[in-house]
Design a protein. Structure first.
Length: 95
């Protein structure tokens, strides 16, 4: 597990997919986008921190990007994906 918040609060790990689903729906419906952007930055910031720490520690863990359907290792692509989404959220708030 690479999410530092889910390590301390296991319930958050179960809620995380639903948080992402709600955020995605808010963006699709263009409803409360500013709040959704702040929550996205918070959630992705925490997750990206965990990804960076895991990659720097050279731990070999599965990426949760695609759930349990595919057993893919976490790589730099996971960091790039999170960093781009984080940058997009910051960009959308700024402009």
């Amino acid at each position: 597990m690479y999410d530092p918040l889910a390590k301390d609060f296991p319930a958050y790990g179960w809620e995380y997919p639903f948080i992402e689903l709600v955020l995605g729906l808010l963006f699709l419906m263009r409803f409360q986008t500013q709040i959704a952007l702040y929550v996205t930055i918070l959630v992705l910031g925490i997750t990206t921190f965990g990804v960076v720490k895991t990659l720097m520690d050279k731990k070999s863990i599965r990426c949760a990007c695609l759930g349990t359907a595919l057993k893919l290792p976490m790589t730099g692509a996971t960091f790039i994906e999170n960093a781009i989404m984080l940058a997009m959220a910051i960009w959308m708030l700024a402009f």
